[in-house]
Design a protein around this ligand. Structure first.
Ligand code: F6P
Length: 198
């Protein structure tokens, strides 16, 4: 059985304001979460941590990697967060007020909806699969795997290991104080949502 630890980055300044997209830094709370993760995983061997290209995933992975000996961080653009196109940097409230057509169209069809000049869950599928292929290619078959990603991209990754209806995927719970522990077994798939901070 192989372990995949699927972690969402810690709190960012954008998260605090409910703003989407961008390349925001972790807040002090986000840094504390990263250090709590480092402590939590200190006795679990993780040779490589995969992240996206965004600062928030790299800043979360760095303290974890520092507690491992040795550990490399590999940033994969395939794990970048959903690109919200014209809505990047806006809050959900601003989208509702300034671009009601977006909020209206996305609501009932969140999986298939594609942001103007951006992406949708459905259009991310191919690149997320490509990223996972790279992960399995770069790790030895019996090693633990850690991916530090984002809300939407982690939902897509998780859905590759669980059977979920398309329309359920954009609503999978993806908190910042817990991670998904997925046990990859040829015969069964087990997953657990694990808190890392008291
Ligand atoms: O944490 C914010 C975020 O990662 C945004 O960058 C992204 O657009 C959003 O979450 C995805 O979640 P949802 O599909 O529920 O809007």
């Amino acid at each position: 059985v192989r372990n995949l630890f699927l972690v969402r980055h810690g709190e960012t300044y954008y998260n605090r304001e409910d703003r989407i997209g961008g390349d925001s830094d972790l807040t002090d709370k986000g840094l504390e979460q990263a250090h709590a993760l480092a402590e939590h995983f200190a006795t679990v061997r993780i040779p490589i941590i995969f992240t996206s290209n965004y600062k928030r995933t790299l800043q979360t992975a760095t303290p974890i990697a520092e507690r491992q000996d040795p550990c490399s961080i590999i940033a994969l653009p395939e794990f970048n967060e959903i690109h919200a196109g014209v809505c990047e940097g806006m809050t959900y409230e601003e989208i509702r007020r300034q671009m009601p057509h977006v909020a209206k169209a996305r609501g009932p069809n969140k999986y298939r909806y594609v942001y103007p000049e951006g992406e949708g869950y459905a259009t991310m599928e191919e690149r997320v699969h490509r990223g996972l292929k790279k992960v399995f290619f770069l790790n030895n078959y019996d090693e633990n795997i850690m991916i530090v990603g984002h809300r939407a991209v982690n939902r897509m990754i998780l859905s590759c290991f669980l059977s979920r209806q398309e329309e359920e995927i954009p609503y999978i719970y993806m908190p910042q104080d817990r991670y998904y522990h997925i046990q990859i077994d040829p015969h069964k798939r087990l997953f657990e949502l694990v808190p890392y901070k008291n």
